[in-house]
Design a protein around this ligand. Structure first.
Ligand SMILES: [Zn+2]
Length: 308
């Protein structure tokens, strides 16, 4: 929310027509929202850390994101997408980490604009400034979309469902990736990216004492077996695909047969079809072994599987 306020003020000062808050995100299409208590505490924290109140207020309640538009006469509508979200990652505090050394690392322990998102925001604001200084060189409409919640592919939907892409002729998105290049070089390339789906899986078993394993149904063992088999899904012949089980949580005690386990995983594919194949292979795998019922909605739309 602090980031949102800074972007909104910067674009306003450059002369952009600026949208914030519910004018950016369709409220009902937002996904994976934190609790209202957490949203409010983060709003208060943003204010205490220097958010600009008049520009932060529209973001209160989880409406981060800014859209800035320049109308430059007749011509195509070109949208540029920059993501601005923070991630639950602790920033490096070693002496050779430049942001820490120079005093612009994250103020919030355990969170940072990782994954290049600080860079994306900086690139977006710089593009905004350069375009505003060269208006005579362009004809058409430029729409700069500073998108919330790129991580976990949750934020784009609320922007799209608001209608901000309906009249767009060209939509350009980019992402920073670290490649090892000789010296201090920056490379730019154009190419395809991967379609992706995120899945939550819950295993429900039956608890028992470790001395009586035959009385229990061990959810942890089911989970462990599933992790290995998920990574062994035979791949589609159309092209590259990926799968990653990123988190696994299970168990309550050393001498307890585990009755509950949870996985967070993702699949990716070189096309929507290949991604769909990777997404549905785990469904087939689990349904062959176990009856499935829908899990309670924890964080839409992670398409949860609930296994018993
Ligand atoms: Zn990212």
């Amino acid at each position: 929310m602090r980031t949102t306020s800074i972007i909104a003020k910067y674009l306003t000062d450059l002369g952009y027509q600026v949208l914030t808050g519910p004018d950016v995100c369709a409220a009902d299409a937002r996904m994976g929202l934190p609790s209202e208590e957490m949203l409010e505490s983060h709003y208060q924290r943003a204010l205490s850390q220097g958010a600009i109140p008049e520009y932060a207020a529209p973001a209160r309640g989880g409406f981060t994101g800014v859209i800035g538009t320049l109308h430059l006469g007749a011509g195509p509508v070109i949208a540029l997408r920059f993501d601005i979200d923070a991630l639950p990652i602790k920033e490096d505090e070693s002496a050779d980490h430049l942001p820490y050394k120079e005093g612009f690392s994250s103020q919030n322990l355990g969170f940072m604009h990782a994954c290049g998102h600080d860079g994306h925001t900086a690139v977006g604001l710089t593009v905004a400034r350069i375009l505003s200084e060269r208006k005579e060189m362009f004809s058409g409409t430029v729409r700069l979309i500073f998108q919330p919640a790129e991580e976990g592919v949750r934020g784009a939907r609320s922007v799209a469902e608001h209608g901000h892409l309906n009249d767009v002729d060209y939509l350009i998105g980019s992402h920073i990736f670290p490649y090892s290049t000789p010296g201090e070089q920056i490379g730019v390339s154009v190419g395809p990216t991967l379609a992706t789906t995120k899945l939550n899986v819950t295993f429900s078993g039956l608890s028992s004492h470790a001395a009586l394993p035959e009385k229990g149904h061990n959810a942890m063992l089911a989970m462990a077996s599933a992790i290995l088999n998920l990574h062994a899904i035979p791949r589609h012949s159309d092209g590259p695909s990926q799968i990653n089980v990123g988190t696994a949580h299970a168990g309550s005690g050393r001498n307890v047969i585990c009755d509950h386990a949870e996985l967070e995983l993702e699949v990716r594919g070189c096309s929507t079809e290949v991604n769909h194949y990777m997404e549905h292979m785990p469904h087939k795998f689990f349904r062959l072994l176990l009856p499935c019922t829908p899990a309670p909605a924890r964080s839409r739309p992670l398409d949860p599987l609930h296994l018993s």
